[in-house]
Ligand binder design. Sequence first.
Ligand code: ADP
Ligand code: MG
Ligand code: ZN
Length: 566
Amino acid sequence: MQHYDGTDFPWSKEVVWNLKELFKLSKFRPLQLRAINMTLSGKDLFLVMPTGRGKSLCYQLPAVCSKGFTLVITPLVSLMEDQIMYLQLINVPAAMLNASISKNNAKAVMAGITDPKSPFKLLYVTPEKIAKSKLLMSCLEKAYKAKLLSRIAVDEVHCCSQWGHDFRPDYKLLGILKRQFPKVPLLGLTATATSSVLKDCEKILCVQQPITLSASFNRTNLYYEVQQNSNKCGVLTIIVCVCGLYTTGIVYVFSQKDAELVSSELQKRDILAYPYHANMDPDSKSRVHREWTANKIKVVVATVAFGMGIDKPDVRFVIHHTISKSIENYYQESGRAGRDDASADCIVFFGFSDIFRISTMVVMENVGQQKLLQMVDYCQNLDRCRRSLMAVHFDEVWDDEGCNQMCDTCCRVKDYSTVDITEHAKQVVQIMELAASMDEKLTPLKLVEAWMGKGPAKHRKTIKPTTLSRQQVEAVIVRMLLQGYLREDFSFTPYTTYFYMKLGRKAPLLKIQSHTLSMKMRITDGRSAVVSTCWSQGYITKSLNRCSPVCTPHLDRKKQKCRNFC
Ligand code: ADP
Ligand code: MG
Ligand code: ZN
């Protein structure tokens, strides 16, 4: 492999020249040169690299150094347009075929495909085009025979797999490319590294034993933190504080309504924030995107519709007002911070009811619940490095030293202990059994209330109200859900999906005398890093956040000294 990092290939001079003179870049980032040399050697390749690290260069640069043209499959027209705009800027001829271009234009492009003079070096198409246009396939066939089709790049290749986070049905049909054009090297690009997804893509694309190049998923400059969302007012305060600390960022929210709500709350506090969601008209969307990129807007409060194609290098924070639907999604979304390699903060707020809001949304997805619960587990974790949890997810071998105190669990004093919750869990089961005996279903909220001695008396006849705090009650229920003592039960109406609780497959175990269940719980209500800063900046008052003074070296972690009042 090392051999491919060299610059003694027949094309090396041209590659280096183009990097500097055409792309105006001073040097390669990790793995770029290796990928370029491999694809230029004719190998089939999957390149796995975190978003924003520069995957595009790995097919754009070889395209310029090869005869004929490179076919690029891209899932979104907006991504295509961005790339074409960029390539025009640096004088690399490129063309595209998608539903939005005119007939005449499409005709000219089709003619270009078979033109031996190759009027463009890159041809961007949507997967739909490959699947549906016979004309395109016949032109590509001719180009292939004339040795004009130099390379095939499948961008966002994880879209092939249902196991990925962004499955697109048309990607399933792309196997035709390798079957029809077996001699053309294929380059699949993605930021999703799970091996099951990659194996699936390999099969779907009909590539035989591609080489997989994986860059480390670890974004060393990002600081990860999870905040309990137990008090909406506190959430907003922290968001306001973080917005005050930095120049530019993103706040991800669950719904369109939340986007509007949160952005107007921020505006009331003199923060230039605008909403962004799928239901806005295209002009407003692109205006928000543009003005934010130009630093005229400080914060975009967005749903996940604000995603692919964002390429702002200096995003200093990504806050999740609501958890993401999976760890992969969280990694991608938070990964939009700190692309310039300077440090940036990624904070996610974890709220009990959010779990069920998202759960009803992903109910139709095959492994939607499973992935959501992994995200919940990530958030409820108190003792393990956040990066280590992501590493497991990306099949990466991980050493905690690699975090360098850049996550809340690594920074924080060890203020948790393992608590036996067997008796608590038994109470929960009793409430559930009582409801079932009356043929009633309990929502998570009803369950919490019944256990705390609130709500209809008939739901809590058989138990005494718990002595646990609301936060602990929620934590125990989440734990039981994660461990299979409870499970979800959906009910569909024409308008909405309801979420109820049900006893899980492990619930009967609690009837066995010797069976115990435990979990880690915080012993103090110690302040986390972000809260500490908000506190020291005067954003948080005692009434909003009652904290015991626990020293956690926070945003001053680089100076290695504590800024807290302790
Ligand atoms: P990805 O597809 O991996 O998400 P892109 O290819 O869109 O990332 O590139 C992200 C940004 O990184 C672009 O602005 C690009 O110009 C920049 N970039 C790529 N390679 C380099 C490099 N070697 N040095 C500096 N910047 C680079
Ligand atoms: Mg890309
Ligand atoms: Zn860590």
